[in-house]
Unconditional design. Structure first.
Length: 356
C-alpha cells in the first residue's frame, strides 16, 4: 500500500472503495480485524483505527460481540457531521488521554442526532482539504501546542466554524472548552504546603505544550502566594512520558537534600519518577510525597495509589459538541473551563522529619 498517507487512512479508503463497489452490502459482516490486517499488510491496531473512523462516519456499525457490519444509509437530517481534529497518531501517542475525549465527543453527538468525523493533523499540509471535502458543519480542534493553533486558524480562515479543546492562547475570539490546568496545579501545590512541605519540586512537561505551561504557572503562583518564609522550590524540565519521569527521578535520587514533595505535570511521568525513587530505596510518601495530574485509569492501582488532579476528558468532548451546536445556531457561545478537582490517595503525606 505505497502512499504518503497514514496507513490507517489508506486502509479506511480501501474499505470505503470495497463497500462502494458492492464487495460488502448493507447488513454484511466485515472480515475480522486480523483478517483485514493480513489482507492489507498492516497491524490489527491500524485496522481498528480505520474501523473506528468508519463507525463514526456512519458507514459501518459495530455490534458488541458480533462484529462490524455495513450500515444502512444514514437518514438525511438536513445536518452535516461534526468533526473532531486530533493530533497525528493520536491513538498511539497517548492511550490514556485522547480516546476519552473521542468517547465523550461521539456520545454527545449521537445524543443530539449528529454524525461525527474523526480527523488528524496529517491533513494540515493540504490545508485540511480532506476534512473540508467531507462538508463538516464545524470542527472541534484539540490544541496541544502552537502548530495546532495555527491549523485551527487555517480552518477558520477558510470559513469553517471552529471551537478549541484546550486554552486558546491567541487573540482571535474562538469558543473554548478547557481543563483548569492552572487551578488544578495551584491547588495541588497549595495542599502540599498546607501539609507542611517547604521544599517542593515541579516535574515540568514539554515547554511547547499548552497544558504543561498552564500547570507550571499554577505551581509557581501557589508558591508565590502561599509559600511560607524559607520555602524552596525547583523545576525539573522534561516531558509527559514514563521515561522522562524515570530519568529525572534517577538524577534527583543522587542529590541531597531531596525535596519533600513533588508535583508532576502528568500522571505518566509521575509513574516513572516513583519507579526511580523505589530503585534508590526511597519510599513514597515517607521520603517524598508525589502528586500527579490527569487521574488516568492506571493511577488508583499503583502502589502506593497516586494522588492526582482529575481531568474529566469525556466532559471535554461532550462540552465541545455543545459549544458547536450553539455556534451553529448563530450565537457566540461562552467559553467553558472544566474544574479539575484533587483526588487524594496514598502517595502524599506530611513531610519527613529532619534528620530521618
Amino acid at each position: 500500500m505505497p502512499s504518503n498517507k497514514p496507513r490507517y487512512q489508506q486502509v479506511l479508503e480501501a474499505l470505503e472503495r470495497s463497500i462502494e463497489a458492492g464487495e460488502w452490502k448493507v447488513g454484511d459482516r466485515l472480515p475480522g480485524e486480523l483478517q483485514l490486517a493480513e489482507r492489507f499488510g498492516v497491524s490489527y491496531m491500524t485496522v481498528r483505527h480505520a474501523i473506528q473512523h468508519l463507525d463514526s462516519s456512519g458507514l459501518v456499525r459495530r455490534i458488541r460481540g458480533k462484529g462490524v457490519f455495513v450500515a444502512d444509509p444514514p437518514e438525511e437530517r438536513g445536518t452535516e457531521p461534526l468533526a473532531l481534529l486530533l493530533p497525528q497518531d493520536w491513538y498511539s501517542m497517548d492511550p490514556f488521554y485522547f480516546p476519552l475525549i473521542v468517547k465523550g465527543f461521539q456520545a454527545e453527538a449521537t445524543l443530539v442526532g449528529r454524525r461525527t468525523v474523526l480527523a488528524d493533523q496529517s491533513d494540515r499540509p493540504n490545508r485540511y482539504a480532506g476534512l473540508i471535502s467531507q462538508k463538516v458543519a464545524a470542527v472541534a480542534c484539540v490544541l496541544l501546542g502552537q502548530p495546532d493553533v495555527h491549523g485551527m486558524h487555517q480552518l477558520l480562515d477558510q470559513g469553517v466554524p471552529v471551537v478549541a479543546i484546550n486554552k486558546h492562547p491567541g487573540a482571535r475570539r474562538i469558543p473554548t472548552v478547557a481543563p483548569d490546568n492552572f487551578g488544578g496545579s495551584y491547588r495541588a501545590t497549595r495542599y502540599l504546603m498546607e501539609l507542611g512541605h517547604r521544599d517542593l519540586l515541579f516535574l515540568a512537561g514539554p515547554r511547547d505544550s499548552i497544558d504543561a505551561q498552564e500547570r507550571r504557572k499554577g505551581f509557581l503562583e501557589a508558591i508565590r502566594r502561599h509559600g511560607a518564609p524559607g520555602t524552596r522550590h525547583r523545576v525539573l524540565e522534561g516531558g509527559f512520558v514514563e521515561e522522562s519521569g524515570l530519568e529525572r527521578g534517577r538524577l534527583l535520587a543522587k542529590k541531597t537534600p531531596l525535596p519533600t514533595a513533588v508535583v508532576s505535570a502528568s500522571d505518566v511521568s509521575a509513574i516513572g519518577f516513583i519507579r526511580a525513587l523505589a530503585e534508590a530505596g526511597l519510599r513514597v510518601p515517607s521520603d517524598v510525597s508525589v502528586f500527579g495530574f490527569g487521574d488516568f485509569r492506571i493511577s488508583p492501582y499503583l502502589v502506593p495509589s497516586l494522588s492526582t488532579v482529575r481531568i474529566d476528558l469525556e466532559q471535554l468532548g461532550r462540552r465541545a459538541v455543545q459549544l458547536m451546536r450553539t455556534l451553529l445556531d448563530r450565537t457566540q457561545p461562552e467559553s467553558l473551563t472544566i474544574d479539575c478537582p484533587l483526588i487524594l490517595r496514598e502517595s502524599i503525606g506530611p513531610p519527613r522529619r529532619q534528620g530521618t
